[in-house]
Design a protein around this ligand. Structure first.
Ligand code: BT5
Length: 259
């Protein structure tokens, strides 16, 4: 069952951030919070503006994929960011956001969730959350989708997706989780901006990464590598040792564990 609808007033009262979520646009139904946030950013909305929807009719994943976003059951949100760092550092945003989601979920529920490079949060290899940063000239839209109170999923997602409710056998209050997430994210985002690097966050990113030491296949549009994950580096790259002994790094791509 859904908890109460997300209320901007309630969120504003409980939120302790300085920038993220200080301006909130909450909708019952949107095509995609990322698209709505992009329109707002283009008309000048400031850094930290938060867009929420109870439901997305066409939530977006990477590469124009679809994100299942049923009404009242998840946190479907986008933030407008205006980072003063070079564009190629933007993939690091996925990782620091994944870390923030992991810490918020662990603090709120105790569930030992993990980051799955580059943009997922998982529990026992099933996806609980996906992150979609979209870089535009002058701003970044940071989209986050968290499966909170779903009791089930469509057949095509059953084997790969899960929700907090399914794993905890109880529902979770979304506003509390959202406020914790924004607080974690604000701390991690500004610590990243200070030095323009992930360095201060790397120890935790590595600690909470589901792929360390695993053998994986990483595919990108133009290459594929098979190797053992030996690190995630300061730029957020996944570092693999290939069978040949050669070291390969990836800034983006699809990862499949090879068992
Ligand atoms: C992602 O893409 O994981 C990024 C998802 C970002 C969603 C948020 S919601 C708020 C904001 N507004 C938006 O429009 N989007 C963002 P990707 O790594 O490409 O994963 C997409 C794949 O995950 C799909 O092809 C499905 O296989 C699977 N999937 C779809 N919906 C899911 C769900 N609710 N939970 C788990 N897996 C899902």
């Amino acid at each position: 069952m859904a908890d109460n609808a997300l209320s901007p007033d309630d969120i504003a009262r409980r939120l302790e951030t300085k920038v993220l979520g200080r301006r909130i646009f909450a909708y019952d139904s949107l095509t995609s919070t990322n698209l709505a946030a992009k329109d707002l950013a283009e008309s000048g909305s400031p850094e930290g503006t938060l867009v929420l929807a109870e439901e997305q009719r066409r939530g977006r994943g990477r590469f124009e994929r679809w994100w299942y976003s049923p009404k009242g059951l998840g946190l479907w949100l986008s933030l407008i960011l205006r980072p003063q760092v070079r564009m190629e550092r933007a993939p690091a945003l996925s990782l620091l956001t994944g870390l923030s989601v992991v810490k918020a979920i662990r603090a709120d529920t105790g569930l030992p969730v993990l980051i799955r490079w580059p943009n997922d949060v998982v529990f026992r290899d099933k996806k609980l959350c996906g992150v979609l940063p979209e870089v535009e000239p002058g701003f970044v839209i940071l989209g986050v989708g968290i499966n909170v109170n779903h009791c089930s999923f469509p057949p095509e997602l059953l084997s790969i997706a899960t929700s907090l409710r399914i794993e905890l056998a109880r529902s979770v209050e979304r506003t509390e989780l959202l406020c914790r997430l924004l607080q974690e994210l604000e701390r991690n985002y500004f610590s990243f901006l200070d030095g323009g690097e992930l360095t201060p966050l790397l120890a935790e990113i590595r600690e909470f990464s589901s792929l360390m030491g695993k053998t994986v296949r990483v595919s990108t549009v133009d290459q594929e590598s098979l190797g053992q994950v030996i690190d995630i580096n300061e730029e957020g790259r996944l570092v693999l040792r290939l069978a040949s002994g050669r070291i390969a790094t990836h800034i983006a791509g699809e990862v499949r564990e090879v068992r």
